[in-house]
Design a protein around this ligand. Sequence first.
Ligand code: SF4
Ligand code: MSK
Length: 630
Amino acid sequence: MYIDPLVAQKEAEKRALDKTDQEIIEKAMHDGVETAWDRLAKQQPQCGFGQLGICCNRCTMGPCRIDPFGDGPKRGVCGATADLIVARNLLDDLAVGAAAHSDHGREVLEVLLDTAEGKSQGYQIIDEEKLGTIAAEYDIGTEGKSKEEIAREVALAMLEEFGTIKNRIQFADRAPEKTGEMWKGAGITPRSVDREIVESMHRIHMGVGADYANILLHGLRTSLSDGWGGSMMATDASDILFGTPTPNSSWVNLGVLSKDEVNVVLHGHNPVLSEMIVKAANDPELKKLAEEKGAKGINLVGMCCTGNELLMRHGIPIAGNMLDQELAIATGAVEVMVIDYQCIFPSITATASCYHTKVVATSEKSKVSGAIYKEFRPETALDSSKEIIRMAIENFPNRNPDRVKIPDKPIKMMAGFSEEAIRNALGGSYKPLIDAIVSGKIKGAVGVVGCNNPKIKHDYGHVMLGKELIKRNILVVETGCAAIASGKAGLLLPEAADMAGEGLKSVCKALGIPPVLHMGSCVDCSRILMLGANIAKELGVGIEDLPLGGAAPEWYSQKAVSIASYFVASGVYTVLGIPPKIFGSPNVVDLLTNKLDGVVHATFAVEPDPVKAADLLEAAIEKKRKALGI
Ligand code: SF4
Ligand code: MSK
């Protein structure tokens, strides 16, 4: 289909902030490839009832919807009000997000257990120090035991957290005492990962929870079982198996794809298979085969959070975030896209069918029609990884050079700022950072996290908010697609300190770090929790007392609902850039944006404009500073 180049260019500029993304959006339009932006346009106008959260399809007496303005129905067939319908829908979303993170955590733990028992292929126990720390938390003796024996006991203890009957998740004890007491007072101490999620499902069944506030309170408890449970275990088990990240440098944007090498994109969230693919790509025989097929080598690049995991630990370049998945394929240069799960467009195989790209699905939970299925199993992980790399190499001659366009300017970036790495860089204690906060050189810190959403210009929310915050001497820590957006915009470089206010700039220059720190994947929001917890403990206060904030400027996912909720439940004021589907209930809005302050000393806010969002975050930080007397 012919599209006027000027029209395509203008449309691409509207859709994305990054020039390399714009270039490929234009190419996709000229190639006639449908993307999320096109599909969003075709969905207009989107359902107003849905946007307000006041439709319910929970049982067969429905579907029901509430009329928020006129004389239409104010109750569903069962009698549910707008408050209840909104609260139940929100808890449903939150529980889905918590389940996704936590199930990912469980799978990493199963690989850890298999590795400890000698049943996996190619994996090792890498971070013995972290293993020892967790063993101590669980009171597991290490004297005279091999690392595998310790890892076995640790993996079993952590796996038990999913259904524990001891009524508390061990890692919640990592929170400062004061924060733990706050949870106890509110009745939201998480009891076990699966229990909170299952109970959410129970509570939203017709005829169970009918008090919107009670439902939302359980939402906070469920989110805590994710942040301080499932996600934290995903992070720690991955660190034990693959190493705790340390600062490194790498490259980002679609320009990391190679013109003359076999390109393999690793997309999704769980690093267990892609870690093996990294090993397989170094196999001399496969490298030789790639040369025989006319390629100069094998180029592995990441996408979304699997990409973040590989970037954090190995400095593997990252091609982009959520809205880049179709664009990577539209470069015409991807031989294989390997997917595990979460945030993968169901239409990804339709996109791939426009080019020579093969999509390889690897999880039994995440099969996709049209994809080649290579099931991941720990005991055959290395063999399967080699097969996938071989498939990519065999596909290289099918690439049509006439349909290839790769942007030529990848951007340099720094990543690898785990909580441990930040603490070590400061000399083993947070005292230098605390001093900088007390002196006012740094006003506070904000965790900017979450996804992309075609409803907002790609990366605009993340980048503008990040720039605005650092200008105001607020340190920014990031995960997920937010961190990748900042990488593309050059904010993850020490030189970006020049864009920061004088105080933050001087601290970054002294330490040689960027003013925006990449702390990992979505589950690694747990690293942000640990950063807050350890600073609070050094100061002898709760997380809720610290000058911290959270933001999700471009979120789309139910996982982001859970993350934002465990930030707030941990006492961190959090601003959402995309309005959640709650505005059909003024009571729910009031509870979440106002009354929660009396429960967890933090609330949600909704503000799509990044400058106004920065104003809100700065004001919240100033308020906490004042209460601390600094
Ligand atoms: Fe309608 Fe109530 Fe059934 Fe929801 S649970 S669909 S509001 S009858
Ligand atoms: S990948 S959950 S779009 S951050 Fe973690 Fe990005 Fe959001 Fe998926």
